[in-house]
Every structure is written in structure tokens, then in C-alpha cells.
Design a protein around this ligand. Structure first.
Ligand code: AGP
Length: 617
């Protein structure tokens, strides 16, 4: 979604703001803008439609300087991408950047217009600028004006506010959208994501809902909201963000997505690090209450969105087969709005790369509200971002340790999620006394998984060679069976989101119940053929496609019996056990989508209309 950076420093902060915007571009990027206090009483602002590079160019032509400033990358929600709609929004001496949605903005707009304020954008955010400007006329300080203004807002927001007459500070506010304070040696900062600020600090305060913060050169003061609605100064822990800053760059790769695909062997090794004993999963490494929570679990409800949802679908096969625990998987935006029956002993498992996806968070909060009534026994977050809202609000969290994922299309976050979910599955199995021999075999294979993923990544050249053939098509079908069915869904999602080719996934056995009508020589069919119990049946499904002229591209185990021939291209995937095959078969599908997108010359890392972290409903 949108991104916020703000800084109060001892020198011109424009370079810090621009670097932050570049690092945030992956979140949302139809326009970008910056505002600085250029001198007491004087604000300067620049806004451009398009990428941060366009803003950068505009600032070369008309430079801005200042020691206090706010900046924003926008992903349009209210009003089209345009210069007028880009943030920061200004009202007199005030400038504001905002992430989230102000739900009562129409009523506020009418009220402010009646008061004589003139609106220049279609955004919900502009009401905040005018509200603060109005409140300043009857407040003692900028903090008080912002406090009074946010009291009028309904919805979700992370805000950064500056005042030309208070040039030494930025006020931040958080309610439902992430916001962190970066504590540096030469200034203090605000960011919607710590990644934005890693060039200046690795020390962060994760603000809580209701917090207001005054940021100035020397540090910050947080004002928390007590349950009775009163405000008081609070101390929030400063946490160190463990990172390798190099991991944030593209390195030798053309795109972040390709780099992140290639990082998967290391990322998965990190996800396993310290969590495997000789022949079992170290349940204690999953958290102090993990053993008790998993032992009491009678069924699992997995809730997630997009790629994370696909990881959950794979986990259902594992959890039911290997742990014997009933498992239900649901898209968060559906789960939260229906009357879910959660029988006693339900473990709520929230899956999210970012830990800030609005629908997943709302589903977690919905489940937590019902935790007391005996149905949900607890919540477990499987997440990649330490300190994220999902992690902080769950009883237990299992970090996936994928490292920063910048490409909008999720790759290493997905394979590390699957790895973490296999750990959860085996832990559930262990506490239920499942046959230890199979557990030990799977633990042994998990140790070998990074090597297998290295072999899968080595298919890069071969897949690049066949991608052109797919790039000219307008549609594609993906087929899988069993736990490969969600991988087919993930392959189709990857292809459509970065190459804009329409792609659908079907359980191969379902083909003859309708989609077979689509098959002719213009419909490429991508199929997954690992060594599993249904490979003969899958082979029959593939014959049905061939018989109707469909071109097949099959990712197959070398022993699967699928033979290349006219209209059938076979890519051999490293041999692996069928439990871990979903993780391994993901990699060639990511590479396929990547090279097809490159052949079609799309914006691979920042595909149109999409944003990395969907923090609005
Ligand atoms: C897929 O490539 C996307 N990045 C998207 O589907 C993503 O998985 C979804 O928005 C959920 O995000 P989360 O894992 O951060 O919750």
C-alpha cells in the first residue's frame, strides 16, 4: 500500500526522505510527494504522478531543502492517480501524509467546506490537513491540534503531520495502519515500514493503535491512549531490527523477484535454523507455550490472503494427513464476514508475509474476541516481519526468516511459509504421538530441502529458454492434484500478476467437468507431475488435454513416466518426497512467470495496480 517516511534531522533531510521513498516504492506507487519546512513559516512541496524517479527529477529542476519533512508513495484508494491527489496534502501552514482510509471523510469534508475550507483533491486524506489547520487556531500546540483532529476520524490511519510554524517536529499518529519511529544518531524518523529507514537506523519503536508521537531531532515522545480515552506519555520499547542491509539491494540481479527466487535455498535454511533436532522438530523453539497450545488443539483454522492463502491450502493436506487434525483454510476477507463455527479447541492460524494485511488482521481480531467463549484456544501467527501487528497481537508467532521481500510477487516468503507450516505440522504430529519413524524421515528430508531448492533454482536457464513460447498467449491453464493443486493456483497467480496473462488453476481431475471445453491449440496447459499416488491419474488427465490439441508444459519428477514429444515439453524437477514436493515445484513456476513477464516487458517488481502489503480492506 502507500508508504510514509518522515524525518527531523540536523541537516537537510531530503536525501533521507527520497531514499526512504525508494525503499518503500514496492508498497504502492502511482504517485509520490514530499513536503519540507524550508524556513520557519515556509513549507515547500513537490508531487509527481508515477515512480519516485519522476519526483526525483522534479526536485532536480526545483530543489527543496529543510531539516524537517514528510514524504509519501501513494496507491490510489480515493481519487485517481494525479498530482492533485498525491500526498502530502496541505492546508495553510500544515502538511499531512496518510496511509489507510478515513471512512467518515465525506461528512468531514462537508463540515469543513461549510467552514470555508477549499478542497483541491478527491482524497479522504485532505480532510485531515484542514482539520489540523482548523484545530491549530484553538490549540496550544501542534500535538494538541493533531490529537483533536484524529479524535474526529473514523477508519484506519497512519499519519505524519508537519507545521511550518513548528519547524522542529513531526507528529505521527497510528490507528489500524502500521507506523514505526526510527531512532537514529543524527535525527529521528517515522516510517510505515522499518525498511524505509534502514539506511539511517536499525533501532525502532513499533507504535501501537491510538498512539500519538512527537518526533524531533533528539528523539521522540509517545502519548498512548488509555482505555478510558485519556492520554498519557508512555515508554515504548526500542527494538533492534536484525538485518543485512545488502539484502535490501538487487545485487547482480535484474529484478528483486529474480534475486528473491534465487535466495530461497538460504531463506529456507534460515527458516529451519535451530528448529530441528536429530529426529524431531524442537517444539520449544516454536515458542514457550507452543507445546501446550498444540497439544490442546482439536482443529486448525488457517486464515490468509493471496499467496499466503495458497500456503495454507498446502498445509491442510499436511496437517490432516500427518497430524490427523482437521484443518479448514479460508480467505481472510470471507472468514471475517461470516458466522464461522469454531468448535472447542480451535487453533486460529494466521498466515501473512507482512503481518499487516488488513483482512487477515481483522480476522485475527475477530477470533480473539471469541477466545474467551471456549471455541478458539489461541492464535498462532506465521509471519515474516518481526514486530508486525499480526505478530504482536497473536498468542504465539513463528517467524519465517525469509528476510526482506521487496518484489510485489511473493516468492521466498511463500516457500519459507510452507517450511514453517511443515514444522507446525510435525509439531502437531509429535504432541499426538504419531509414528516417530516417519517424523524422523521427514526431519531428515527437511534438512536436505535447501539443497533441493538449489537444484530447482538451477533450472533457471532451461526455463528461460521455454518462457518465450508462453509469452505470446493470452490465457493459460495450470493443473495439479492433491497438495500440488494449491501450487498450481500459486503458479497461475504468479503468471497473472506479473505477466498480465490470464491464468486459472484446476484440480486435474476436475478438467472434464467443464474447463476441458477451453482446450485447443491456443490454450497452453502447465501441469505438475511429482511422484505421488495420483501420478497415473494425472497422466490420464494430460492425455485428455493432448487429445484435444492442448500444448503441455509439464514439470515432472524424472521417474513420473511423463514423456516429452510433439506438443509436450517436459522439465525435470529434482526428485523429492511427495510431502516436500509442493515447496520444490513452486520454484520452476516462479521462474516461468518471471521469464514470461520479462519477455512481455512488464514491470516485474511493481506490477500494475498491485501493492506489496494490503493494509486497507
Ligand atoms: C502475491 O504474490 C501477493 N504478494 C499477494 O497475494 C499476497 O500474498 C497477499 O496480499 C497477502 O499478503 P501477506 O502475506 O503479506 O498477508
Amino acid at each position: 500500500m502507500c508508504g510514509i517516511v518522515a524525518a527531523v534531522g540536523t541537516d537537510n533531510v531530503l536525501p533521507i526522505l527520497m531514499e526512504g521513498l525508494k525503499r518503500l516504492e514496492y508498497r504502492g506507487y502511482d504517485s509520490a510527494g514530499v513536503a519540507l519546512v524550508q524556513a520557519p513559516g515556509r513549507l515547500g512541496r513537490a508531487r509527481e504522478v508515477g515512480k519516485v524517479a519522476a519526483l526525483e527529477q522534479a526536485l532536480v529542476a526545483a530543489p527543496l531543502t529543510g531539516m524537517t519533512g514528510i514524504a509519501h508513495t501513494r496507491w490510489a484508494t480515493h481519487g485517481k492517480p494525479s498530482q492533485d491527489n498525491a500526498h502530502p496534502h496541505m492546508s495553510g501552514r500544515v502538511a499531512v501524509v496518510h496511509n489507510g482510509i478515513i471512512e467518515n471523510h465525506l461528512a468531514l469534508r462537508a463540515e469543513l467546506m461549510a467552514d470555508g475550507f477549499v478542497f483541491t483533491s478527491e482524497t479522504d486524506t485532505e480532510v485531515m490537513a484542514h482539520l489540523v489547520e482548523r484545530e491549530l487556531q484553538r490549540s496550544d500546540s501542534l500535538l494538541q491540534a493533531v490529537e483533536r483532529a484524529v479524535a474526529r476520524l473514523e477508519g484506519a490511519y497512519a499519519l505524519g503531520v508537519i507545521d511550518a510554524e513548528a519547524p522542529d517536529r513531526v507528529i505521527g499518529a497510528r490507528q489500524g495502519s502500521p507506523l514505526v519511529v526510527g531512532v537514529g544518531d543524527h535525527g529521528c524518523y517515522l516510517g510505515s515500514d522499518p525498511l524505509a529507514l534502514l539506511s539511517v537506523t536499525d533501532r525502532f519503536i513499533y507504535l501501537e493503535d491510538g498512539d500519538l508521537v512527537v518526533v524531533n531531532q533528539g528523539g521522540c515522545t509517545v502519548h498512548g491512549l488509555a482505555p478510558d480515552g485519556t492520554r498519557q506519555e508512555v515508554v515504548r520499547e526500542v527494538m533492534r531490527f536484525e538485518h543485512d542491509d545488502l539484502a535490501v539491494g538487487k545485487g547482480e540481479f535484474a529484478h528483486y523477484m529474480l534475486k528473491e527466487i534465487h535466495e530461497q535455498p538460504v531463506a529456507v535454511a534460515n527458516a529451519l535454523e535451530g528448529r530441528l533436532g536429530a529426529d524431531r522438530v524442537l517444539i520449544e523453539a516454536l515458542g514457550p507455550q507452543a507445546r501446550e497450545l498444540l497439544a490442546d488443539t482439536r482443529q486448525v483454522h488457517i486464515v490468509a490472503c493471496g499467496t499466503s492463502y495458497h500456503a495454507g491450502l498446502v498445509a491442510r493436506y499436511w496437517i490432516e494427513e500427518l497430524a490427523g487434525v482437521p484443518c479448514q483454510v479460508e480467505i481472510a476477507s470471507e472468514y471475517r464476514y461470516r458466522q464461522v463455527v469454531a468448535p472447542p479447541g480451535t487453533l486460529f492460524l494466521a498466515l501473512s508475509q507482512s503481518g499487516e494485511t488488513a483482512d487477515t488482521l481483522a480476522a485475527l481480531r475477530h477470533a480473539r474476541r471469541r477466545q474467551g467463549d471456549d471455541a478458539y484456544i489461541g492464535s498462532l501467527a506465521v509471519c515474516n516481519v518481526p514486530g508486525s501487528s499480526l505478530v504482536r497481537e497473536s498468542d504465539l508467532s513463528l517467524m519465517t526468516h525469509a528476510g526482506p521481500e521487496i518484489g510485489v510477487a511473493s516468492t521466498k516468503a511463500f516457500t519459507t511459509q510452507l517450511t514453517a507450516l511443515m514444522l507446525v505440522t510435525l509439531a502437531l504430529r509429535q504432541v499426538r504421538g504419531g509414528d516417530p519413524e516417519l517424523t524422523a524421515r521427514l526431519v531428515h528430508r527437511l534438512r536436505y530441502l535447501p539443497t533441493l531448492l538449489g537444484d530447482a533454482v538451477a533450472l533457471d536457464e532451461e526455463i528461460r529458454g521455454i518462457a518465450d513460447g508462453l509469452a505470446s498467449h493470452r490465457h493459460a491453464l495450470f493443473l495439479g492434484r492433491g497438495s500440488q493443486m494449491p501450487i498450481a493456483m500459486e503458479g497461475a497467480l504468479k503468471l497473472k500478476e506479473i505477466s498480465y496473462i490470464h491464468a486459472e488453476a484446476y484440480a486435474a481431475g476436475e478438467l472434464k467437468h467443464g474447463p476441458l471445453a477451453l482446450i485447443d491449440e491456443t490454450m497452453p496447459v502447465v501441469a505438475l507431475a511429482p511422484m505421488d499416488d495420483v501420478r497415473e491419474k494425472l497422466n490420464s488427465n494430460l492425455q485428455e488435454v493432448r487429445a484435444r490439441g492442448g500444448e503441455l508444459l509439464v514439470f515432472a519428477d524424472p521417474e513420473s513416466g511423463v514423456v516429452a514429444g510433439e506438443g509436450v515439453t517436459v522439465v525435470n524437477v529434482p526428485a523429492c518426497c511427495h510431502y516436500l514436493a509442493p515447496i520444490v515445484y513452486t520454484v520452476p513456476l516462479q521462474l516461468l512467470a518471471y521469464y514470461v513477464a520479462v519477455a512481455r516487458d512488464t514491470d516485474v517488481d511493481q506490477p500494475r495496480n498491485l501493492a506489496k502489503s494490503v493494509t486497507v480492506e
